[in-house]
Design a protein around this ligand. Structure first.
Ligand code: GLU
Length: 492
């Protein structure tokens, strides 16, 4: 059956050796979007043959991260499926069969060159200033002799017998036609001396066994593709189609790394990036719906997804754009949902209890800050001064409180506020009256009032601040500040 008429089956194949990387998350997303756009299947295959580096904890965090992004898989860990097992560590029997078949059919052969011998050859080549080329001197050893040496206990690897003089043509959905000559590929190691098959070997075997129709993965794997195609050819199977997605670069144009920001999805989750905004942002790392649309939903992505709209050029990870997308998303959130998203951060900071997650001041806080957040966690420093203990006056607040008559003004505002019902219907009017009586501009009253209430000069409108603080705390803060200033005058 030709690959174009195969049912669409794509896979994401993480190695659980750490947290899910941003690049991996994007690869998973493109696979998912392709499957969903084509009515195909999205598989998850765990590449865990490297038992020393793989961990259960890492696997769990990868699965959690994928779920957080909303990438559900049709086959794989925790959901099963007809093509399992989906853990490579459980597929050894399958690989063993392929090794035996390869030896029998001759596309795999035993190579007895020791690591020391290969190292020595490399050094000699370096000393003679020529390029080292692997010397396939065991390629034509007779099967009997190879068998006898193996029986005698000599260590060997299994190498793939690369056919000579062949062109390997990849019609990549993103990169167009890429041609490799088999003469550029040495007889590569398919199975290590400890009988562990290598990535290229098992990847191709599994893609074949799981009937993967399209391999969508990072560009760094393009060099592996000819080797994997050779395995398909040896098995007399038609290779899948390929799409190699571009690298993700930092703003400095270099490969994204810890140096320029977080690279693990888990860090973004912990910092309170809204999942749909990060989802949208990851799509834009190389993909576009058209020339102008930047904000789209999952459904719109599925409608429009096309591998050919993924660009070849490296995708720039622009954190300003990410924050803008997140802010935009938060501004459009229904308040109830935003409150639910913010509450865990406030609880963790000890600013609210689990049971006051629906309290009036919290609702007011959420409404007051909705316009100002780009991450959920940003609510914590904002809320600290309003929900927690009174913060220290910052520099600007101190300056605003240092003017003439400020103590007296605060006393007047507090007294006027005390006469009002709660919440005050017209606080701005009240301040205006005090300002007029004192023959001052509004700002001369507003600023110190804000400083006395919040310890800073930024923040939402004062009407919201009063509501969040409540009557008692608002009056207490105004009066305490008034008394402290009067006191210092008295002493001065
Ligand atoms: N386990 C490989 C990786 O994490 C999979 C590569 C592939 O998709 O073929 O890079």
């Amino acid at each position: 059956m030709s690959t174009s008429s195969r049912p669409v089956r794509v896979r994401f194949a993480p190695s659980p050796t750490g947290m899910l990387h941003i690049g991996g998350a994007r690869t998973a997303l493109f696979n998912w979007a392709y499957a969903r756009s084509q009515g195909g299947k999205f598989l998850l295959r765990v590449e865990d043959t490297d038992t020393e580096r793989h961990s259960e904890q890492s696997l769990q965090s990868i699965l959690d991260s994928l779920r957080w992004l909303g990438l559900d898989w049709d086959e794989g860990p925790e959901v099963g499926g007809e093509y399992g097992p989906y853990f490579q560590s459980q597929r050894m029997e399958h690989y063993q069969q392929a090794m035996e078949r390869g030896l029998q059919e001759g596309w795999l052969y035993r190579c007895f060159a020791t690591p020391e011998e290969l190292q020595r050859q490399r050094e000699e080549a370096r000393a003679a200033k020529r390029n080292w080329k692997f010397d396939p001197r065991f390629r034509n050893l007779s099967a009997q002799e190879a068998e006898a040496r193996a029986q005698a206990g000599e260590a060997f690897v299994l190498r793939f017998r690369v056919p000579s003089g062949q062109s390997i043509v990849i019609d990549d959905h993103i990169r167009g036609q890429v041609v490799f000559s088999s003469d550029e590929v040495e007889d590569w190691v398919a199975v290590r001396p400890n009988c562990m098959p290598t990535y290229n070997f098992v990847c191709a075997l599994d893609d074949a066994a799981m009937e993967i129709s399209h391999v969508i993965r990072g560009e760094e794997h393009l060099v592996n593709t000819p080797k994997q195609i050779m395995v398909y050819q040896a098995l007399d199977l038609e290779p899948p189609q390929y799409a190699h997605v571009p690298l993700i670069l930092g703003k400095d144009g270099k490969k994204l790394s810890k140096r320029t920001g977080d690279t693990a999805l888990g860090d973004y989750i912990a910092k309170g990036y809204p999942a749909p905004a990060l989802f949208n942002f990851l799509c834009l790392l190389g993909f576009s719906i058209d020339d102008k649309t930047e904000i789209f939903s999952r459904e719109e992505l599925i409608q429009a997804f096309d591998l050919r709209r993924i660009s070849k050029a490296g995708a720039i990870f622009d954190t300003d754009k990410l924050h803008w997308l997140c802010g935009d998303f938060i501004r459009k959130m229904p308040l109830v949902e935003l409150r639910q998203a913010l509450a865990p951060f406030l609880q963790e900071a000890g600013l609210i209890d689990a049971d006051d997650s629906d309290s009036q001041p919290l609702n007011q806080l959420v409404a007051a800050f909705q316009e100002r957040l780009s991450l959920f966690s940003e609510i914590v420093p904002q809320a600290r001064g309003l929900f927690g203990e009174f913060p220290a006056y910052d520099e600007k607040a101190q300056k605003a409180l240092g003017g003439d008559n400020v103590g007296r003004i605060l006393g007047l505002v507090a007294a006027a506020l005390e006469q009002e019902s709660w919440p005050p219907a017209n606080f701005a009017g009240l301040v205006k009256e005090v300002a007029a009586a004192e023959e001052l501009g509004m700002g001369k009253v507003m600023k110190p009032v804000r400083a006395a209430l919040t310890g800073t000069l930024g923040g939402p409108d004062l009407g919201s601040v009063l509501q969040i603080l409540g009557r008692e705390r608002s009056l207490r803060r105004l009066k305490e500040c008034h008394l402290a200033l009067e006191d210092s005058l008295g002493q001065g």
